[in-house]
Design a protein around this ligand. Sequence first.
Ligand code: SAM
Length: 241
Amino acid sequence: MTDQYERSAEFVDVMLAPAWTALDPVLAEALRGAPGPVVDVGAGGGHGTRVIARAIPQAEVFAVEPSPGLRAVLLARVNEDPELRDRVTVLPSDLLQATLPPRVGTLVAMNVIGHFDPAERRTIWQLLAERLLPGGRAVLNLQPPAEPITVPHTQFSELRIGRRRYEGWGRAEPAGPEQVTWHMTYRAFQDGEPAGEVDVEYAWWVLGSEGLKAELAEHGLHVSPTGPADLGLWHITRSPE
Ligand SMILES: C[S@@+](CC[C@H](N)C(=O)[O-])C[C@H]1O[C@@H](n2cnc3c(N)ncnc32)[C@H](O)[C@@H]1O
């Protein structure tokens, strides 16, 4: 599997931090009372892993992360917190190749579902239908666009660390009936002067709420929105709640 984050891993975790300020309490609430073990799909640098461990005390967490660069951030974050170090296992693998526990209490997939093509998504829904424990759930978010449209060049993140200021920019263009290509630009400035730029692109499978509902219904799964609509979080169970 190609690592689509090979050149951007340096920037991705810090640039996702502001988004996690909003996601943190909403994910924590969506996970309240959820059972373990927990699978954190595409854990990245572990912003969500940290929320999961806090929201579901004592549960064992399997943080699946295929990108070596992001996994280095994740492993360091887990190692530095005794609470995480004790309960979080970092699996260096694609979700579909990962050795997961036979029964799963909770599956979390934040900012990642667009990395899976329609057939791979169905494998994930099948996994939920077969392996979710009674009372178990999945929580995921859908990120726009929901259709393969052009997204103009937009700045999505800015932060300052020491003398450097970092900017994250993205634009997308359609790449087929169900896919867009994201073009990301990460810029660094030092003392106001340009100090480096990294350009990367990756494929993203688009999925809207109606599509999600239809796919889950095919697997007998129930889905409902959770949290503020603009964050796009969904709560999935095997039986109606
Ligand atoms: C945008 S990042 C989100 C990281 C983290 N969930 C967060 O929100 O901070 C997407 C992550 O999904 C991972 N990923 C991509 N394809 C994957 C796959 N097939 N299985 C598991 N993880 C995958 C990437 O390596 C990356 O860490």
